[in-house]
Design a binder for this molecule. Structure first.
Ligand code: SER
Length: 878
């Protein structure tokens, strides 16, 4: 069975058991402050478990792209070193939302594994939750009893909270779990050591393949567990491990999911996989990491310097670093795996195939710039170990090891290895401390601290009424306190709301929520999974009173102009530059709009002008908004509506069009009723934000007017300064030309003056016996003139020493020049001399034996320089 068939069989099996197939959610999580990346199949169903939303089906199955590289579930350090952990992996799962429970989940798991996939029953072991006293949780006798129907009791083990109580993060849905493990060791080894003793002992051939979680609790921010309104099933089976087991391989990397990648890396580096453990680890790291990188970029997350973007950047760097050190890559190589990736996954996950060339360009550029950084990191380490640093105790500090890890992508083992080779050791404890500190920092940066909700009423489906109206009444359903960088704030959820929650690049609404007793300010509105959360300035004192909601109309209208203009801009870009234009980011607020899109060249002036004109033309056409709600997603797509990669769409979507032939998009944002309202569209800038991604910033309506007015005003002022010429452009050009001519004339004058000065000085040398000395004060326009004068004196005169104490526009400088023959004969050294003289002007300098200069702070010291120079040389004469 190949991986594709194995994936399909899973889905079919559960479809036959009335499960609805759901597509994978994006790998990058939006609208959930507790998560950066999807780390389990159940993430997208979090609100179903919590009872915040009604599930669209009580039984669901899918195959989900997951990434476990941050937060509670982080396997990064194991990846490549072992043969069965991954950064990105596919998790197949089946879910019951308050429908079936343990009995069916267990029976079906057994049936699928042993009958459909044909796994040998006597290689399987089961773990069930053994209870936890501190949490007040009983052992899962029910699961144990159910398993006894299928497997001998002595193959069922009780497990601890660590292994058998599953939680998605610090807070959220959770529950006891039952895992299925398999022992794939050869017969002989199995006879020698009982497989049961190796379960959960990190044995590479005795591994967990499927986790059945019985979701029953919500972990609260205060650490307690609250029972959920219903009991649910959440199961997860890593496709890569299952494929390995079914295909009878000892490593996930020997399956058809990875072999094509390994062959490609072999071809690129000329080395073979399976020859040496060190290079094998590098192979595994690379073929694992390229998946995480490509899938994340495909879902819209570009490598960057913060949050999710930084995590991806570090994974990419880890891959490059292994390739560099162990496989000899010196040029970008990861991007060359994109063909294989698109072939392997394109059918199931079209986003990687459709964006292949974009993803590979982004990766290539990122690799190229990291390769430079990497060489610097290696140099840094070499410098220290070769004794040039100040690490005389022969220990590399934890902070430095961490910096190398964090900035340059060096894992601790590599730093230790290089250190050991040079007789150094690494402060590993210090490294771990620095790492823990960073984790703390990123935790508080990623997740704001939230208190637990005070729930007045269950949420159910929250109704957004803000497409039609900006005011409404509502009940308060829940509220809580939060702390973020801005300090203490509060959040509130209402039974219905006209406030638009930030999404699709459009900022959240602000406004007022009030009742007869109090007025609460809404400073922002955000989504948290499927809840609309109002960020407010105080906690409601009378939470049971009905409230009146009022959106700040001005802000909303201005924001709407910009959002609709963004749609027109996207359509215009497609028309002018081509159909490849794809949104990579967008942001609109009351002030402006920003649109990022994939395109590989800077827009020419003409192109930009054409785009701007086209948008303005569409504004003047005053095209009416066509808004369709609850369109089945497939129908919307066949209408030609643009969908975004990395966006999570439901089965029914909203379609926004301004002339279907021109602009039609899937969009939840708020828009003008007709394009004429936008007034004017003006581009402010066009730039590059990363490889292959351009950014346009623009303004509309009054802002555009203001911008144009300010530009006109500026022009007027310039005209005024130029004394109101008829033709400003010509007048400016004349001015510049005149300035250039004047500059040339001044330079000639200066030259003449310098010549004159030089001639004068030539007569002022004092005879010192076998050489001549000049020590004088000069006034010069710049340092170059001083240098020039010194060299001319040296070239024209023989056997001289000249000390020029210069006043350069009020700053003291000294130049000392000495004829070569004197340098040789008398071992004079201009560098030494100038340093001595510079003390008189409180400065320093240096140079070569025949020419040196110094600068200083004290202009008044120049006469002493002259005197000192005379003294120094008359002494030498003696
Ligand atoms: N949520 C569980 C896990 O990720 C089962 O899907 O292991």
């Amino acid at each position: 069975m190949d991986a594709k068939l194995i994936r399909e069989k899973f889905i079919h099996f559960f479809q036959n058991k009335q499960h609805q197939l759901v597509t994978s959610a994006p790998i990058v999580v939006k609208n959930d402050p507790t998560l950066m990346f999807t780390n389990a199949g159940m993430n997208q169903f979090k609100d179903y478990f919590l009872g915040n939303e009604t599930p669209k089906s009580l039984r669901i199955a899918n195959s989900q792209k997951c990434l476990r590289v941050s937060g509670k579930h982080n396997d990064l350090e194991e990846v490549g070193v072992d043969t069965y952990h991954h950064t990105m992996f596919e998790m197949m799962g089946n879910w019951s939302f308050g429908d079936y429970f343990k009995k069916e989940a267990i029976a079906w798991a057994w049936e699928l594994l042993t009958e459909e996939y044909g796994l040998e029953k006597d290689r399987l072991y089961i773990t069930v939750f053994g209870g936890d006293e501190a949490e007040g949780l009983e052992k899962d006798q029910e699961a144990l009893d159910l398993w006894k129907n299928w497997i001998a009791e002595d193959r069922i083990l009780y497990g601890s909270k660590k292994d058998n109580f599953w939680e998605m993060g610090e807070t959220g849905p959770c529950g006891p779990c039952s895992e299925i493990h398999i022992d794939i060791r050869p017969e002989e080894e199995r006879r020698a050591v009982d497989g049961k003793t190796l379960v959960n002992e990190d044995h590479p051939q005795v591994i967990e393949i499927w986790n059945l979680v019985f979701i029953q609790y919500n972990r609260m921010a205060n650490g307690s567990l609250t029972p959920l309104p219903a009991k649910h099933v959440d199961t997860g089976m890593g496709l890569e491990r299952l494929v390995r087991v079914i295909q009878g391989k000892f490593s996930n990397y020997d399956t058809d999911l990875f072999i094509p990648f390994i062959r490609k890396v072999e071809e690129l580096c000329g080395k073979k996989y399976g020859k040496d453990e060190k290079t094998d680890i590098a192979f595994r790291v690379i073929v694992d990491h390229i998946r995480a990188i490509a899938f994340t970029i495909a879902d819209g997350q570009l490598p960057s310097n913060n949050k999710a973007g930084y995590v991806i950047r570090r994974i990419l760097r880890r891959g490059v670093r292994y390739g560099y050190t162990f496989l000899g890559f010196r040029e970008p190589f990861l991007y060359q795996l994109m063909d294989v990736l698109a072939d392997t996954f394109g059918e199931v996950y079209p986003e990687v195939k459709d964006q292949k060339s974009f993803i590979s360009k982004v990766i290539e550029q990122e690799e190229a710039s990291f390769l430079k950084t990497l060489e610097n990191g290696l140099k840094k380490l070499e410098q220290i170990t070769s004794g040039m640093g100040k690490h005389s105790d022969k220990v590399i500090s934890g902070e430095l090891a961490f910096e190398l890890y964090d900035t340059f992508g060096f894992p601790l083992d590599l730093t230790s290895l290089i250190a050991r080779e040079n007789g150094f050791s690494v402060d590993e404890k210090g490294f771990q401390n620095a790492m823990a500190q960073q984790k703390d920092r990123s935790r508080s940066a990623a997740g704001l601290e939230t208190g637990d909700w005070v729930i007045l009423q269950d949420a159910g489906e929250v109704n957004f009424v803000g497409y039609e109206q900006l005011e409404s009444t509502a009940k308060i359903l829940r509220y809580r306190e939060i702390k973020d960088k801005k300090g203490k704030q509060y959040q509130m959820v209402l039974s219905q709301t006209p406030f638009y929650a930030e999404s699709g690049g459009q900022v959240g609404d602000t406004g007022i929520i009030s009742n007869e007793r109090e007025t609460i300010k809404v400073v922002d509105t955000k989504r948290e999974n499927d809840l609309i959360v109002h960020i407010v300035d105080k906690i409601p004192q009378f939470p049971h009173l009905e409230v009146h909601c009022e959106v700040d109309q001005d802000q909303r209208n201005l924001t709407m102009n910009n959002h609709s203009a963004t749609h027109l801009l996207q359509a215009a870009l497609k028309q002018v530059l081509g159909g490849h234009i794809q949104q990579k980011g967008s942001f609109v607020n009351r002030e402006m709009l920003r649109f990022d899109f994939a395109h590989f060249a800077k827009l020419s002036e003409d192109e930009l002008e054409e785009v701007e004109s086209l948008v303005n033309e569409k504004i003047r056409e005053n095209i009416a908004l066509e808004e369709l709600r609850s369109v089945p997603i497939e129908e919307a797509k066949s209408m030609g509506a643009t969908a975004l990669f990395g966006e999570k769409y439901g089965d029914f979507v909203r379609v926004v069009a301004f002339d279907r032939e021109f602009s039609i998009e899937l969009c939840g944002g708020t828009h003008v009723s007709a394009t004429g309202k936008i007034g004017t569209f003006k581009v402010l800038s066009e730039s590059s934000i990363s490889a292959g991604v351009r950014r346009i910033e623009a303004v509309t309506a009054e802002k555009a007017e203001t911008f144009i007015r300010e530009q006109m005003q500026l022009l007027k002022e310039v005209q005024h300064i130029l004394r109101n010429p008829k033709n400003i452009k010509k007048s400016l050009e004349d001015l510049i030309q005149e300035r250039n001519e004047l500059r040339k004339a001044i330079e000639q004058l200066q030259l003449k003056e310098a010549n004159h000065l030089k001639n004068q000085l030539s007569t002022q040398f004092a005879d010192m016996g076998d050489f001549r000395l000049l020590s004088v004060l000069v006034k010069l326009p710049n340092a170059d003139a001083l240098k020039k004068l010194a060299f001319e004196l040296k070239n024209e005169q023989e056997r001289i020493v000249a000390v020029l104490a210069a006043d350069i526009e009020g700053k003291p400088q000294i130049a000392v020049v000495i004829s070569e023959e004197l340098v040789k004969e008398k071992e004079y050294d201009a560098g030494k001399i100038v340093r001595e003289l510079a003390k008189e002007i409180k400065g320093g300098g240096g140079g070569q034996p025949f020419f040196a200069t110094a600068g200083g702070k004290e202009l008044g010291g120049l006469p002493s320089v002259i005197e000192l120079a005379k003294k120094l040389f008359s002494k030498r004469q003696d």
